[in-house]
Design a protein around this ligand. Structure first.
Ligand code: NAD
Length: 498
């Protein structure tokens, strides 16, 4: 197994790509502007990256449109697209160390996660869509005899993909894999906090045989490159993952420009309901800890609200406290670390602000302090508050950090009502040994995914997305192809009578 020294040595050998990638080539931003991307583990500048703006987005969209119109990708045989995307999946695997390191250095994600989950998971998702694309059939409508109507799925054209920083490579792949498999061209705007793996991915895509212009990557700031993409008159669809507030902006951009399709996958405040009939509290505690402290709580579906039946609350909370105390918060390049830093200094301040709000409104159960300040990194203790009132800020707002809000209930109906009393509806979890309760509660919960006796159930085979202000788009599964295709009816009139 690799040590921290091994990873540091590998990291020193990386030369991050840092320019915009348009029509198969890297270039500086049109106005020469750049921005710094910072390593959250030490607060030091990692790379100076081209700050794409409206002119760069325009060039990227034009390249994407040309590539789409040429048909080299959009009208190629599904078996051809499959072969190219399978090659890209293989290239992700053969460049796994570099991609894992880029997401660890740029996004502060544990190397133990990026090397075993994010990168192999991205390759597997790409492979899944590649293998699916030549197994999709159209339909023949039940018309009157003589007529023939066929229903086919056509690629949309130019798709803008705008993604967050918490899973930089994987979030990009969630969009790119189905969009490209369906034959679209894509302009990807990675998050300004973590643009590096997407730039390397674009280069690998060309190496795999993707025609120039089919995948373009424009790093830059949200209000500049992101907005330019959202308002561009020649973009057919936006696939967005990020905060609810920015998701709403994309809906506005579309309404104020060309009414492009907009798919929103946004934030969450997922509830984890634990009933006293769940016999294995060690299992519940393991999952609850993973559910809120995994990825430092920076997960859209993080189980940030724990609703536990009163009679087992003290017992469960103690088991969670013990496990949280065992987490090794530290350098994400060290394979021994089990929790890394928060993404930016600004987000650290935000999380610390929520901790202060929690102290004012609830009881601190454990944690609550900043850690390793001398390192320059943005580390926070795993933190939990108990007896959190329904009105508390930490009960209602998405913190996007390692902060658990714990409350108790006596009745099942009380737990369900509290879980559903959120503007979000991304995910929920239920722990119970009663099958009938599991089915009843799962069906009553307002969420895109309900995990029973686990947390954060997620797989490429099932759709992922939310309801309410968590958005409405669905990533993963064959359903994701719906976002990137339009149904087309072609009607062949029957021969004239006589
Ligand atoms: P964010 O909304 O700030 O940014 C997401 C993307 O939007 C980035 O690429 C950013 O540059 C861009 N952007 C920001 N401001 C913009 C603007 N004014 N116009 C156009 N584009 C703009 O989100 P974030 O902080 O990067 O990520 C955290 C959020 O993402 C959380 O709310 C989290 O719940 C959500 N998220 C959701 C899912 C999901 O699948 N539902 C997955 C991961 C993260």
């Amino acid at each position: 197994m690799r040590t921290r020294d091994d990873w540091q040595r590998l990291a020193r050998a990386i030369e991050p790509r840092h320019q915009v990638f348009i029509d198969g080539s890297f270039a500086d931003a049109a106005d020469g502007a750049s921005f710094d991307t910072v390593n959250p583990a030490n607060g030091l500048v990692l790379a100076s990256v081209a700050r794409g703006g409206a002119v760069d987005v325009d060039r990227a969209v034009a390249a994407a449109r040309r590539a789409f119109a040429s048909g080299a990708w959009s009208r190629s045989a599904p078996a051809h697209r499959k072969a190219v995307l399978l090659r890209l999946a293989d290239l992700i695997r053969s460049n796994a160390d570099e991609l894992a390191l880029l997401d660890t250095l740029d996004g502060g994600k544990l190397i133990g996660d990026t090397s075993t989950v994010d990168v192999p998971g991205s390759a597997a998702i790409l492979q899944w869509y590649a293998e699916a694309v030549d197994k999709q059939y159209g339909e023949v409508a039940p018309t009157a005899p003589g007529d023939l109507a066929i229903i086919t799925r056509e690629p949309l054209g130019v798709v803008g993909a705008v993604v967050p920083w918490n899973y930089p490579l994987e979030m990009a792949i969630w969009k790119l894999a189905p969009a490209l498999a369906a034959g679209n061209s894509v302009v990807l705007k990675p998050a300004e906090e973590s643009p590096l793996s997407a730039l390397r991915l674009a280069e690998l895509a060309v190496e795999a045989g993707l025609p120039d212009g089919v995948l373009n990557v424009v790093p830059g700031l949200g209000e500049e490159a992101g907005q330019a993409l959202g308002r561009h008159p020649d973009v057919d669809a936006i696939a967005f993952t990020g905060s609810t507030a920015v998701g709403k902006l994309f809906l506005r951009y579309a309404g104020e420009s060309n009414m492009k399709q907009v798919w929103i996958e946004a934030g969450g405040k997922s509830a984890n309901l634990v009933f006293a009939d769940a016999a294995d509290l060690d299992h519940v505690a393991d999952k609850a800890v993973f559910g809120i402290f995994g990825c430092s709580g920076q997960v859209c579906s993080a189980n940030s609200r724990l609703l536990v039946e009163e009679s087992i609350a003290d017992d469960l909370l103690e088991r969670i406290r013990v496990r949280a105390a065992d987490l090794r918060v530290g350098d994400p390049l060290d394979p021994a670390s089990t929790m890394g830093p928060i993404i930016t200094a600004k987000q650290l301040e935000r999380v610390l602000g929520y901790i202060e709000a929690g102290r004012a409104e609830s009881g601190l159960a454990f944690g609550g302090r900043r850690l390793h300040e001398a390192s320059g990194g943005y580390y926070v203790e795993p933190t939990a508050f108990r007896d959190v009132p329904t009105t508390a800020v930490i009960e209602r707002e998405e913190v996007f950090g390692p902060l658990l809000a714990v409350s108790t209930f006596r009745e099942e109906s009380e737990a369900v009502a509290r879980a559903n009393a959120s503007e979000y509806g991304l995910a929920a979890s239920v722990f119970t040994d009663s099958l009938s309760r599991a089915r009843r509660v799962a069906s009553a919960l307002r969420a895109g995914t309900v995990s029973v006796n686990t947390v954060d159930a997620l797989d490429v085979t099932v759709p992922f997305g939310g309801v309410g202000q968590s958005g409405f788009g669905r990533d993963l599964s064959l359903h994701a192809l719906d976002k990137f295709t339009a149904l087309k009816t072609t009607w062949f009139a029957g021969p004239a009578a006589g």
